[in-house]
Design a protein around this ligand. Structure first.
Ligand code: APR
Length: 252
């Protein structure tokens, strides 16, 4: 696990950093009750992403894609931010966090109050018609019969998340590169860092001279090669302690 000394080390690095950026992954929302993709009990244990999470499946076999999407919506829509989301929102409010690059599609950083959030993979909170473009809150889409159809033109509908086989929104990609290249400190929170191009952000930050600090109960492909140091613990618990220490240091 982690020590008070590692919490204090990260708090000091955050206070000293002129520009800090966070990269968050599914582990950020585990304490909100949302399963991760990989590892024990992960979504990809149940559904092959290349089959269920691919844009081709959604287009040509929507009834299959929506089996997984219904599962995801049922887990994500009722979820609430956890202490980790609120801690990052507080860091931003204190002027100590420039942006969050999130791979997550649950929208919880926004709900927790973070303003500068780059949604690398879009989000599941809204759903759009693939024919007429009509957009509606995903909570308004009936899931008793799947696949759901557009209430306006009866066309096929798609959550506004990035599916496998789709491009990352150019704006998200550009802004993320800029943030990664210009930060002094990158917090890498709850990601296995195996899906590119999101997973290249820590490498970009490190090559630009930034410290890269990982918060994750487990080791990842970044741990030994990219991270300056790691704090092995759950994101919500660790981030709440780090922000508490940051406020103490700023008072003192
Ligand atoms: N706190 C922090 N990290 C945690 C916690 C926790 N409480 N619980 C688990 N983790 C870590 C796991 O150790 C793992 O490293 O979260 C990570 C989750 O990894 P993945 O499930 O691979 O999620 P992620 O890295 O976000 O996946 C990236 O892959 O399938 C695509 O589009 C999908 O955005 C997703 C992308």
């Amino acid at each position: 696990m982690y020590t008070d000394a590692s919490i204090e080390r990260l708090a000091r690095d955050i206070v000293a950093s002129k520009k800090t950026v966070a990269l968050s992954g599914a582990g950020m929302s585990v304490e909100s009750g949302i399963p991760t993709f990989r590892g024990k009990g992960g979504l990809w244990e149940k559904y092959n992403p290349e089959e269920y999470g691919h844009i081709t499946t959604l287009r040509y076999h929507p009834e299959r894609a929506w089996i997984m999407l219904k599962d995801m919506q049922l887990a994500i829509l009722p979820a609430k931010p956890n202490a980790g989301h609120y801690a990052l929102a507080e860091l931003e409010a204190l002027g100590l966090l420039s942006s969050i690059i999130t791979q997550n599609v649950d929208g919880l950083h926004h709900v927790a109050g973070s303003k500068n959030v780059i949604e690398f993979h879009g989000n599941l909170q809204t759903t759009s018609c693939m024919d007429c473009g009509f957009q509606q809150p995903s909570s308004a889409v009936p899931l008793d019969t799947i696949p759901p159809r557009c209430p306006k033109c009866n066309g096929p509908v798609k959550p506004d998340a990035v599916f496998f086989g789709e491009a990352i929104p150019l704006d998200a990609l550009t802004r993320s590169h800029q943030e990664a290249q210009s930060c002094e400190l990158m917090l890498v929170i709850g990601t296995e860092a195996v899906v590119y191009p999101a997973a290249s952000m820590p490498e970009i930050a490190r090559s630009a001279g930034a410290k890269v600090v990982e918060i994750n109960p487990s080791r990842t492909p970044l741990t030994d090669f990219i991270c300056t140091y790691s704090i092995h613990g759950p994101a919500g618990e660790v981030l709440a302690k780090v922000v508490g220490k940051v406020k103490e240091l700023r008072k003192g």
